[in-house]
Design a protein around this ligand. Structure first.
Ligand code: ZN
Length: 478
């Protein structure tokens, strides 16, 4: 990685990096008092690994990431015993492409999975394959049809794989995981758990549906949802699935509160998993990684209830790592990191070599508190529509195709955007025409990254009519 040289040439020490250590003591959220995860006193060998992907969970909706209202005591509990990465960037804003990157440590331009209708090729070595090859029992559970093995090919390496059960909730997902752990938790194991509760239709069970809302969501006097209806993509609003969800609803605040309630619901179910691991004596021998495949736009840039685009709400994801017996706890790291870094990091913990070709970097130097070179995250939009380079300070977006998918954000081939995230965290002031030198550096960096691609062959996805219909209902177009 040689992306510091252009910065030096520019003489702009703070273009990508501040050059300083990106680390802060972790502030306590006002509204929660997380119980710390206890770390082992001795040198108990690590036994298990659990990777949790909460579909569509944006980072800033966790209290440990600074949200003032939403309660996430269990996620915060994990952060109190581990490391919270404040600027984790997902490789895509779409489910299968992003999960493919998490599980293979490859960028989209390497594995070439650009939609939820495609499968990872067999040439890409997955985390589960590597762990299984080292004798770990492997278990996966997913809750979207397009993550099922026959569609995504992400079942590679899992000896037990519980397929999607039509948007199964977090509760039964945790039950099934615990059932498996009860039988297999004595031996080395790797479990991947995928939760889907915070994806549309946001539909948390009681009491979470009323947790953040106590008004009348059907009050005809309220007009807030009607006012934004034209901003929702027609492939969503025209679908009966979406219409049924919002039938009779007038208040957009209710929709927001359903997302928020779903976050707290998943957090509570994750807490149940933590408690059970503790009871089983596994918590102190199990590494845990909590992340999301992408976030969600909840009105930013007039994009509502979807993850179209690559603005911060859609690609800034939570990443909390917990490695028992391995050093510091309760620390926040502010360096930019990426989903592709997860695989090399967990493999290093278990002393397993990282497969050749993996593009992520181990997070261990950051976990140990070492100063690391600034990195440039690379994210891409489904269908090869957009590409992003994201540093600590800047976001560079290049629109690659002319597409009018999102009413408020039409893309034009060749158009570029640039945001100074320090001065403009909400990405409202496009500097692409004002910052010629910065743009030049990003264009060069994008060329360099494109030259570095593996360009693997995708696998064969078996798509049933039902899967295609579910994808359509969720707002994905083919
Ligand atoms: Zn997703």
């Amino acid at each position: 990685m040689n992306f510091r040289s252009p910065i030096v040439a520019l003489g702009a020490a703070c273009l990508f990096a501040s050059g300083c250590r990106h680390e802060e003591p972790r502030p306590k959220a006002d509204n929660v008092t997380p119980k710390a995860v206890k770390l082992p006193a001795g040198d108990t060998a690590p036994l298990g690994l659990i990777v949790i992907t909460v579909d569509t969970l944006r980072a800033d909706y966790l209290s440990s990431y600074g949200h003032a209202r939403i309660l996430t005591p269990s996620f915060d509990r994990l952060a109190s015993g581990g490391i919270l990465f404040k600027q984790a960037i997902s490789q895509a804003s779409t489910t299968t492409p992003s999960h493919a990157s998490i599980m293979t440590s490859l960028y989209l331009q390497d594995h070439n999975v650009y939609t939820n209708f495609e499968a990872v090729g067999d040439a890409a070595r997955t985390l589960a394959e590597v762990m299984a090859g080292r004798g770990f029992n492997t278990f996966g559970i997913v809750n979207m049809n397009h993550l099922n093995p026959e569609v995504s090919n992400l079942g590679q390496g899992f000896e037990t794989f519980v397929k999607s059960g039509n948007m199964r909730r977090a509760g039964p997902t945790v039950d099934k995981t615990l059932e498996w752990l009860d039988k297999n938790g004595e031996q080395p194991f790797f479990a991947w758990i995928h939760f889907t509760d915070v994806h549309t239709p946001y539909n948390p069970p009681p009491p979470y549906d009323r947790f953040y809302y106590d008004d009348d969501e059907r009050d005809p006097a309220k007009r807030s949802l009607a006012k934004i209806w034209h901003l929702l993509p027609s492939h969503m609003t025209d679908h009966p699935f979406f219409q049924r969800w919002l039938e009779g609803i007038t208040d957009s605040e209710w929709v927001m509160a359903q997302y928020q309630g779903a976050v707290t619901y998943v957090d509570d179910e994750f807490g149940r998993l933590l408690d059970r691991l503790e009871q089983m004596g596994l918590l102190e021998r199990t590494a845990i990684v909590l992340t999301a495949d992408h976030g969600e736009s909840l009105g930013e840039h007039d994009i509502y209830y979807t993850h179209t685009g690559l603005y911060e709400p859609t690609i800034h994801v939570p990443l909390i790592t917990y490695f028992p017996g391995a050093g510091r706890q309760g620390v926040q790291v502010r360096d930019v990191v990426e989903s592709v870094d997860i695989m090399p990091t967990v493999l290093e913990y278990f002393d397993i070599p990282v497969p050749k070709g993996a593009h992520g970097r181990s997070l261990w130097p950051l976990i140990r508190g070492e100063v690391q070179p600034e990195r440039v995250a690379l994210s891409e939009h489904a269908g090869r529509n957009l590409v992003v380079l994201r540093t600590d300070r800047y976001k560079y977006i290049k629109q690659l195709r002319t597409v009018h998918l999102q009413p408020s954000y039409p893309w034009v081939e060749g158009r570029e955007e640039l945001y100074d995230l320090k001065a403009d965290p909400l990405e409202r002031r496009d500097l692409a025409r004002d910052q010629n030198e910065v743009m030049r550096v990003f264009r060069k960096e994008l060329d360099r990254r494109r030259g570095d691609r593996l360009n693997l062959q995708v696998g064969a996805a078996e798509l049933t009519d039902e899967t295609v219909e579910v994808l359509r209902a969720m707002g994905y177009v083919r």
